[in-house]
Design a protein around this ligand. Structure first.
Ligand code: S3P
Length: 177
């Protein structure tokens, strides 16, 4: 049985959905941003300020490599930019069942309103930044995913049910003779 790997843009709901999935399947939840923050003893925005984005991306790549070595299964929420490094992509696929939580720019704006923790969306023009990044990132997220879940206007509970059903079916398929 493999991990459940959640990918998608900032504000897509990866952490909320991830925690609920971990409850449902009674497996641990891990959020790569949180692991990196704990290791560095700094918030993501401070890491960006102090070391720059590239260093943060390298921390993500190193963490992915470590996750690939581990046994057991978990729900893993990846940072929105992790799939954008080419070298991370095979590793993401090999980690488990990859679920893309897709959200439209309007939904993302709503979910992130008042949030100041995302350095890439600081400094104004958030809507345009989101639209431009989604154009680049959307096809990559899609290409890596085993399941795409459109999250706009959906309750998290329903999203969790959809993913849970898909994951159970995927696990049963694997164990069939
Ligand atoms: C980023 C997403 C963030 C965090 C960092 C950069 C991105 O994670 O890793 O701010 O490039 O999309 P979330 O997707 O969990 O917000």
């Amino acid at each position: 049985m493999k991990n459940i790997v959640l990918i998608g843009y900032m504000g897509a709901g990866k952490s909320t959905v991830g925690i609920q999935l971990s409850d449902r399947f009674q497996i641990a939840f891990e959020d790569t941003d949180q692991v990196i923050e704990k290791r560095q003893n700094m918030e993501i925005s401070e890491i960006f300020e102090k070391y720059g984005e590239e260093s943060f991306r390298t921390m993500e790549t190193e963490l992915l490599a470590q996750m690939a070595e581990r046994k057991g299964r978990r729900v893993i929420a990846l940072g929105g930019g992790t799939p954008m490094r080419f070298e991370n992509r095979e590793r993401i696929k090999s980690l488990g069942t990859v679920i893309y939580l897709r959200a439209k720019p309007g939904t993302i704006m709503e979910r992130l309103s008042g949030d100041t923790s995302r350095p890439l969306l600081r400094g104004g023009g958030a809507r345009q930044k989101i639209e431009e990044m989604l154009k680049e990132r959307g096809p990559v997220y899609e290409s890596l995913s085993d399941l795409i879940v459109d999250t706009d206007g959906k309750a998290f509970e329903n999203i969790v049910d959809e993913i849970g059903g898909f994951y159970e079916a995927a696990c049963n398929k694997r164990t069939e003779p």
